[in-house]
Design a protein around this ligand. Structure first.
Ligand SMILES: [Zn+2]
Length: 421
């Protein structure tokens, strides 16, 4: 951690300065509201008792769960600053003032241009001081880390629930939730059964959607039945009373974007969590038919989860997934195009890379294929790890010591290369 010095109050104000405070609490709970009113009285006291300060108000926002918030009173505070009503703003901490570094710095700079000082109590920083902005930049990145760790905790909780077989939400056509219990909704369940029966009788998904539209059967969430919706219904294991958990996960802690989990994180299959609408036999028949029909058309869309994030440690080119005889392998794109002359890196079996990735149990940002069967994983939390793998046939003959040695050699080599460059 960088060394941080405390900064003294930057200037002696001659005439009384108008001081406002900004407070924000992060949940709608009663205890939090109490803390909000406590903060209001604390700040109004602090300002009014301070010699040379003129009370310009306390602005508060109550943050509702979730990152997106409009922060109405924060906006009002900024507007009043622009209107020339305020000379200085006091706030508890950097993380309370803004949720990310960019917004924080933008706001602070804007106020600075109007000669308005922002004082962060916890960090003891005045933005109008010489080192103010530099310190703010450093500290803000920590504040962002904090926000990430809250988000990480939350994700961990959900994952823990999943491990114990509890889904965090359940909402599905054919079911309803009554007092937390999942029950079959008979009219909708009848439609689900019909979809499965039609498909088993040889009718395709497009045709089934058409039949349902003609019968004017309302579709889930109001929109029209489409072949995509039919497909999703036929593929959904929840209809046999099971649940595949963590099909999606929250990728980014700032925007709370949800993405499909294609093996980056563990998934959990839980059986008999709720009443079944479709028998397991019928469901399996449908899945079998599905794969037969899609391989017949020859258009299997393979949305591979590692696509685009695997790079060559030798030449920096992207690694691509290719079919080699009957197995998939990852290979440097430069090698594929121009052979050994372009790059001498080795290929790695898809199954191995995939297993290594899944076992990380972390969100992967980038994978670098290193020499001597080493793979570097860089995670979205900016940590990284180097993993060693062995050819499947030789896997048994490798001891942990040998793997460790190989890993160390690779790291040394990388360091040497870095020094030479
Ligand atoms: Zn390469």
């Amino acid at each position: 951690m960088p060394k941080i010095k405390k900064v003294q109050t930057p200037q002696n104000y001659e005439k009384p300065i108008r001081v406002a405070a900004y407070a924000r609490v992060s949940s709608g709970k009663d205890a939090m509201l109490h803390s909000l009113s406590a903060q209001v009285s604390y700040y109004s006291d602090l300002i009014q008792k301070h010699p040379g300060w003129f009370y310009a108000g306390v602005y508060t926002d109550e943050a509702v769960t979730g990152t997106k918030e409009d922060r109405e009173n924060f906006q009002r505070l900024i507007a009043d600053c622009k209107a020339g009503k305020i000379d200085m703003v006091i706030t508890k901490s950097i993380s309370r003032f803004a949720r990310n570094t960019v917004t924080l710095l933008e706001t602070v700079r804007e106020l600075k241009n109007m000669s308005i000082d922002v004082f962060f109590e916890e960090q003891n920083i005045h933005t109008m001081s010489n080192e103010g902005e530099l310190m703010l930049t450093i500290l803000a990145s920590y504040a962002q880390e904090e926000s990430r760790s809250v988000s990480e905790n939350c994700k961990w909780r959900i994952r823990k629930n999943f491990e114990e077989g509890k889904a965090n939400t359940f909402s599905l056509y054919g079911y309803e939730k009554i007092n937390g219990e999942i029950r079959i909704k008979e009219d909708e369940a009848e439609v689900v059964r019909e979809i499965f029966n039609l498909y088993l009788s040889g009718i395709g998904t497009t045709k089934i959607a058409k039949i349902l539209r003609q019968k004017k059967i309302p579709s889930p969430k109001g929109s029209e039945w489409s072949s995509t919706k039919i497909r999703a219904t036929l593929r959904n294991e929840k209809y046999i009373g099971d649940m595949l958990l963590q099909k999606v996960y929250t990728k980014d802690h700032l925007c709370k974007k949800t993405v499909p989990n294609n093996g980056v994180l563990p998934k959990y299959y839980v059986e008999d969590t709720h009443p079944a609408i479709i028998s397991k036999e019928d469901f399996e028949k449908v899945q079998k038919l599905f794969s037969e029909r899609s391989s017949n058309t020859g258009k299997i869309r393979y949305d591979y989860d590692l696509k685009g994030i695997v790079f060559c440690g030798c030449c920096g080119h992207r690694y691509r997934r290719k079919k080699n005889y009957k197995k998939y392998v990852w290979r440097c794109g430069a090698y594929s195009l121009n052979g050994l002359e372009a790059c001498s890196s080795k290929q790695i079996p898809d199954s191995i890379l995939h297993d290594l990735a899944v076992n990380c149990e972390k969100e992967i940002e980038k994978i670098i294929i290193l020499p001597e069967n080493n793979v570097q994983f860089i995670f979205t939390d900016k940590t990284e790890i180097i993993k060693h793998w062995v050819q499947p046939s030789r896997a048994d003959s490798w001891t942990d010591e040998m793997k460790d040695k190989a890993r160390k050699q690779t790291i040394e080599r990388i360091m040497r290369n870095a020094e030479n460059n």
